[in-house]
Each structure stands twice: as C-alpha cells, then as structure tokens.
Design a protein around this ligand. Structure first.
Ligand SMILES: Cc1ncc(COP(=O)(O)O)c(C=O)c1O
Length: 459
C-alpha cells in the first residue's frame, strides 16, 4: 500500500469516528468508504487517493467560477488581514456595501435592498420573516401563512424546512416540530410517464390557479407569501411553461400576497441569465433569496433581497427588523463576492452557461434517444437533469433500485465523474466548462448508463 493510500485510510477512520457527515447513513459510509476531497482546479477535484474527477455537480451547484481561483483566495486573505470582523449589528464594512450595490445593479428592476446571511436557509428564514413583518407594518398581522410547492427545496432549518416538501429533506419526519403554517401547491413540472394530458399552457395555468384555490379556501387575507424557485432543482429541473410565472404574479397581486423567488441555486448565471426570473420578467418577485453562486462557495454568503415596495414599509422608526446573524454581512464574504462577480463578467460566464447549457442538453437528449433508462432530459443553462427509469413502460424510477443507483455512482467515479444522483440524475458543472469537458462528461454518463441497463435487464 502506498503512503497516500495509508494516509487516506487513516483519515477515513477518523472521519467515521468524529465527523458526522450531512445526510449520509453512517453504515453506508462505513461499508463503502468516506469520500474525501483534497484539491480542486478548474472543473475538477482530486480525492485523497489521488484520483482527479470532473465535478459534474459544481460542489452543491455553487462553484460557478470553478475551483482553485487564487484571485478570490487572495482577496479573502487581504480582507481578513485588514478587518477580519466587525459586529454586523453595529457596523457596515466597505466590501459588503460594495457587494450589496453590485448585486443590486444585476438583479431585476426594483430588487435593490440586500439583507446578508451566511447561506440559503438563513436567507429563506429572513424572507419569510420579512414577508410577515411587511404585512404587520401595513396593519395586517393576520397574514401569517405561506404557500410552497410540492418537491421544492428551501433549506433545512425549521422555518425553511416548513416550506420545503422535497422528500429528500425528510421534512415529514420532522413535521411535529415544524410550524404548521404552510400549504402545498402543485409543482409545474411538465412531465408524466406515458405523456401529459394537457398542453403546457393549460398545465401551467392549472398549477398557478391551484395556488389561488388554496388562498380562496382559507381566506386570502390570511396568507403572507408564496415561495417558489424560478426552476425547482429538487423537483427535477422543473422548467415551468411560459404562462406559469406571469399568472402566479397576477394571483398574488389580486390577493395582496407577496411573491418570493428562491434563487439560491438559479442565481448568478446557473440558467444562462444572471437570475432565473429573467426568463419570466413578468414574474416580478417582491423578495428574492440568493446564496451559493454569489461567492461560488469561496466564502459562505447568502442574502434576502427586498423590492423597493417591501423595503419602504420598514423605514418608519417602529418598523425596525429585529433579526440578524452574527456572520451575516461578513467583510470577507463581501471581498469574495466582489471578485467572484468580476470574474463572471470578465470571462463571460453567463453567456458560457447559456451556450454550453444548450450543447449539454442536446447531448443529453441524444443519450435519451439511445438509452431506455432515460425517460427525459431537461435543462436550462447549465442546470440539467435526467429522468431515469428502471422500467420505461410504467415509468418506475430507477431510484427504486438502490443497487442500480450505487452501480451508476461507482461507475461514474471509476471513470472520473462526480455527479449528483438523488431520485433523479443531475448535471450542473461549473460555468467555466468547455465543449471538450462536456463531451468527456457525457461519454462517462453514456458508459455508466450502459452498465446500469445491463444490470437491470434493459440492455
Ligand atoms: C433553492 C434552494 N433554497 C435554499 C437552499 C438552502 O441553502 P443552504 O444549503 O445554503 O442553507 C438550497 C440549497 O440547496 C436551495 O437549493
């Protein structure tokens, strides 16, 4: 055994004893080994055994500018050496002010006021509380309920989990300790095994009107906000038909309910625009939540972004927003975000996301034509997903066969690709990815799927 292998195994043992990894069953890690990443460069990462692999997930859909950007590391280092912290309850700092102004210059019109947090769930918590207090500021404190959509993901803290229904977050298990203030509407995912009965437009309108039905059934004056991702990643890259967002906006306006767009994944170029909502400008959210791509993960930063109308209601002396996180508005996060956004602009990464995303979706559609295990490919920009099935006739999802999923993951790892497989298959590489990278990535997926199809008897 090499010294590198011995050291890797010792680290794995230490991890099993002391490092409680999120979401993974300890017994699986003990059996299969603890994956340990030690280095990142561009679109690849290296594990503790020395294997380089494509990062087909961009970490957790956030490494937008790619790995190993020393320019951002230097900016963070310089900031830490100059002013590493100042109480965000008492001081603003120059880099954070500049980041707020920069992001406000990129967001859709009117979304100009940033409340910083350390991540996405905190941004969602903030948005829910802002929505509630906005109504209280306007004399309607009874507006205290939210509408979210089936299979959406908004974070795992108690408030964010209460609007999350992606079963991957195991919300049902925690239901007894979650606030019971959320109602769930349909997800506008235009897909069903065997084909859809309605046209995309009819389907979109029926999904939006289901939101209105929920309001009318309980009294619209009791609802504070609707929260939705522009395109739900967790629901399987659910790109809604064109009619959905404008109708949702009209419904919210009709009933005085705020609209929150959760752009934690879609923000900062992932879908080929700065923000996902730019695909549906008529959606005009009142609040937007961001995180991940704002720094590409070089420092933990999130934000709740308020529209001028919402922010206005917080300007009176008795309307202060009593809310804040010790690390929200961290100076080093400001420094990381500014350089990160500068790289995106300088290198044209939003345009690359659009171009490479279209190329990737074409390649995945070609896979879907050849592979019986692929029922559908979906995507917008570099946010792509495959609907994998164990039985193409009845649409049984591949995830019902854990051995097949394990084989898929192991084969991809062996061939040099890390990609996220939950109940669906996702490809969301860094926005710096090239055509040549994508050809190699898709070739690995192609070969891994062939192996899986042989295993489940589809070949
Ligand atoms: C749409 C969306 N909202 C919120 C979150 C929660 O963000 P975080 O994990 O930074 O708390 C996520 C995380 O993946 C997300 O995808």
């Amino acid at each position: 055994m090499t010294a590198q292998q011995t050291a890797a195994q010792a680290m794995e043992r230490q991890a099993l004893d002391h490092y409680w990894l999120p979401t993974q069953a300890w017994s699986n890690l003990a059996e299969d080994g603890v994956p340990i990443a030690v280095e990142g460069k561009g679109v690849k990462i290296r594990d503790a055994y020395g294997n380089w692999m494509f990062d087909g997930a961009a970490g957790l859909v956030l490494v937008n500018v790619g790995h190993g950007r020393t320019e951002i590391a230097d900016a963070v280092r310089d900031q830490l050496a100059t002013l590493h912290y100042a109480s965000t309850f008492h001081f603003a700092s120059p880099q954070v002010i500049a980041l707020a102004a920069k992001v406000a210059s990129l967001t859709p019109p009117g979304l100009d006021h940033l409340y910083f947090t350390s991540g996405g769930a905190e941004a969602v918590e903030t948005a829910l509380k802002v929505a509630y207090q906005y109504h209280a500021n306007n004399g309607e404190p009874q507006r205290a309920k939210f509408i979210a959509r089936r299979d959406s993901y908004h974070g795992i803290s108690r408030g964010a989990l209460s609007v999350t229904s992606s079963h991957y977050a195991d919300g049902d298990r925690f239901a007894p300790i979650l606030p019971d203030t959320t109602r769930i509407a349909p997800q506008p995912l235009y897909y069903a095994p065997g084909g859809m009965k309605e046209s995309p437009a009819e389907f979109a309108l029926s999904c939006a009107r289901a939101v209105e039905d929920i309001m009318l059934a309980e009294g619209p004056e009791t609802f504070a906000a609707v929260i939705a991702e522009p395109i739900s990643f967790s629901a399987g890259v659910a790109v809604p038909p064109a009619e959905y967002w404008p109708e949702l906006r009209r419904i919210c306006d009709r009933h005085g309910v705020l609209l929150i767009a959760d752009e934690v994944i879609t923000g900062f170029g992932r879908t080929g625009r700065w923000f996902g909502m730019e695909h549906w400008p008529e959606g005009r959210p009142d609040l937007m939540t961001v995180a991940k791509g704002i720094t590409s993960g070089y420092f933990p930063v999130g934000a709740c972004i308020a529209s001028d109308r919402v922010f206005e209601s917080f300007k009176t002396p008795d309307a202060a927003f009593r809310h804040g996180f010790t690390y929200g508005g961290h100076p080093a996060g400001g420094a990381a975000g500014l350089v990160n956004l500068d790289i995106m602009e300088r290198e044209g990464l939003i345009e690359n996301s659009e171009r490479m995303g279209a190329y990737l979706l074409d390649s995945l559609n070609a896979l879907a034509d050849r592979h019986p295990a692929v029922a559908e490919a979906r995507g917008l920009g570099l946010m792509c997903g495959l609907e994998l099935v164990a039985d193409p006739d009845d649409g049984t999802p591949l995830v019902t066969n854990p051995e097949a999923v394990k084989l898929l993951n192991n084969t991809m790892a062996e061939l040099g690709l890390f990609a996220r497989v939950t109940d669906r298959f996702f490809l969301t590489p860094p926005l710096t990815v090239t055509k040549d990278d994508l050809d190699q990535i898709v070739d690995i997926v192609d070969r891994a799927l062939s192996r899986v199809e042989t295993h489940v008897g589809l070949a």
